[in-house]
Design a protein around this ligand. Structure first.
Ligand code: SF4
Length: 292
């Protein structure tokens, strides 16, 4: 079910230099809730106050607000989409809110970074190519190389093979695109072979970077939902979590040191960067007084 709401603001600012993952200066969510239904989703945490996470609320005045805010921002830092939901979930196909937001970002010459699990991002390659003259980056999340498992843990998103294909198409079209290998789910996706395969297939797809985290986080609300889904899909597994992590927020995979070693050595073998390049504003060239 989809409903429409009015937002007060659309861009939230981050202090310059504080986002070490993506180099963001602003964050934006055009929707509330997400249709991809990943069983581990952090955005279900109680602290965010979203009651029915799978029922989408569309910020009806998002574009109006965005244009107003872009016009008034002096700091042309990177705008991130996709922290609380996927900007290319199914509802976007019809509403095209992400596409229209990209048009505005292009108009006001801001850099952009998108996180998605959906191949629908390919629809907007034309605009992303144009924004690339400033800076555009797309990070596609791939948590498992196994399509059947991806369908079980991320039931509403395209399967992993389709995501690798999207990485390939974006890079072939000159759009800076890499992979987010996170979260790594303890006892489910934490095999060294899985990490290896994602790096190798990422390389084959032309990924420009892979950012990884060898574990997951669990908070109130998110934890209960996750355990319920584990009981349904992987009976008995939730018990392992309860014993090992209790109420911990940070849940590293039990073999996380081994996974980091595997990741690091596979990335080195394949010349795969483990960090992405951030937007660098062009500094105005200084006048050379002697040549002036
Ligand atoms: S795509 Fe992201 S926001 Fe959407 S359900 Fe999955 S983890 Fe949550």
């Amino acid at each position: 079910m989809t409903s429409f709401i009015q937002a007060k603001t659309i861009l939230s600012s981050l202090k310059a230099g504080t986002d070490t993952w993506f180099g963001l200066r602003y964050n934006m969510n055009l929707y509330r809730g997400c249709q991809h239904g990943c069983i581990y989703c952090d955005s279900r945490s109680k602290c965010y106050g979203i009651k029915n996470f799978s029922e989408i609320e569309v910020k009806e005045n998002a574009l109006e607000l965005l244009e107003k805010e872009l016009r008034s921002k002096r700091d042309k830092g990177t705008i991130g989409f996709g922290s609380m939901n996927d900007p290319y979930m199914p509802v976007e196909k019809e509403l095209q809110l992400s596409r229209k937001a990209l048009e505005l970002i292009k108009k006001y010459r801001f850099p952009v970074h998108l996180i998605t699990k959906s191949t629908l991002v390919l629809r907007d390659m034309d605009i992303l190519k144009e924004i690339s003259t400033t800076y555009a980056a797309v990070s596609i999340t791939i948590t498992t190389a196994n399509d059947a498992l991806s369908k079980k843990i991320e039931p509403g998103a395209p399967c992993s093979s389709e995501r690798f294909e999207a990485v390939k198409t974006l890079n072939q079209n000159g759009i800076y695109c890499g992979i987010l290998l996170m979260p790594v789910l303890p006892y489910l996706t934490d095999q060294p072979e899985n990490i290896e395969e994602i790096v190798i297939r990422g390389k084959e797809a032309g990924a420009k970077y892979i950012l990884a985290a060898m574990g997951m986080t669990l908070r109130e609300g998110q934890r209960e939902y996750y355990y319920k889904q584990l009981d349904l899909r992987f009976p008995g597994l939730a018990e392992n979590y309860k014993v090992r992590y209790g109420h911990d927020y940070s849940c590293n995979a039990p073999n996380h040191s081994k996974l980091w070693q595997t990741f690091d050595s596979k990335c080195r073998e394949n010349a795969m960067p483990q960090h992405m390049e951030f937007y660098q504003p062009i500094k105005p060239t200084q006048l050379n007084l002697f040549n002036a």
